[in-house]
Design a protein around this ligand. Sequence first.
Ligand SMILES: Nc1ncnc2c1ncn2[C@@H]1O[C@H](COP(=O)(O)OP(=O)(O)OP(=O)(O)O)[C@@H](O)[C@H]1O
Ligand SMILES: [Mg+2]
Length: 253
Amino acid sequence: MRVVVEKLTKRFGGVVALDDVSMEVPSSSKVGIIGPNGSGKTTLFNVITGYYTPEKGKVLIGDGKKLTDITGWNPNEIARLGVVRTFQIPRLIPSLTVLENLLIFYDYNRCASIGYALRRKWLECEKKAVSKAMGILREFGLLEISNKKPSELSAGHLKLVETLRGLMADARVFLLDEPFAGIETWMARRLIEVIKMINSERKATFIVIEHRISELLEGVDYIYVLHNGRLLAEGKPGEVINDERVVKAYLGG
Ligand SMILES: Nc1ncnc2c1ncn2[C@@H]1O[C@H](COP(=O)(O)OP(=O)(O)OP(=O)(O)O)[C@@H](O)[C@H]1O
Ligand SMILES: [Mg+2]
């Protein structure tokens, strides 16, 4: 699924968190977003996913040439289109196990029809959800943590599980906010492999915010750079990190 952002502006009082930002994220691509602290990266995700309404501009999403204007839609409506996100600090539900945290992302609406109720098919639906969740945990080598609570998991596993919830929801667009923050290098590499796998096998689109640029470079095809709410540069990973303006922004220039 393709994501297009057109001239977005989002203010908080006197702070212009996003200033006329436009981006084009092609279907099935992996795009990175970098920029110094406070440059508007998380705000961009909050606007795309409907947590904030922009003062100006549009968010469009869709397949091929047919795009739907989702500006002003609420987060639930946007999630139902297949857009999922992860947070800078992972937000799994602490009282639920890993398996249960996956189960709550299953689309139970598909079982909510009168037909299902009349034929007492709820159990069948629950079974399908469990087998889907177990299938995902098996595929990504996480069966051994399926009954663990978030407090028992490493930072890397928290990030991984949060990402895999998107598969439960059959997500088509994954927005990952600093997936490598606070995790060990080998785990970051594993997460990159997971992103690549989901991208190539399920044709999902990824937009990844990250400060750990060396790791990000391995995982994405294209990068946008934000600085003070504005788009500072864009391009292929190798080009962007050598861009003088980008280097200057990171050095505080
Ligand atoms: N809910 C809010 N209320 C007021 N100001 C906000 C709010 N959210 C973000 N801001 C401000 O908007 C600007 C952009 O913040 P944002 O969180 O988008 O930056 P970021 O690029 O994600 O930074 P970081 O790399 O530190 O996560 C900052 O000046 C921030 O203080
Ligand atoms: Mg942020």
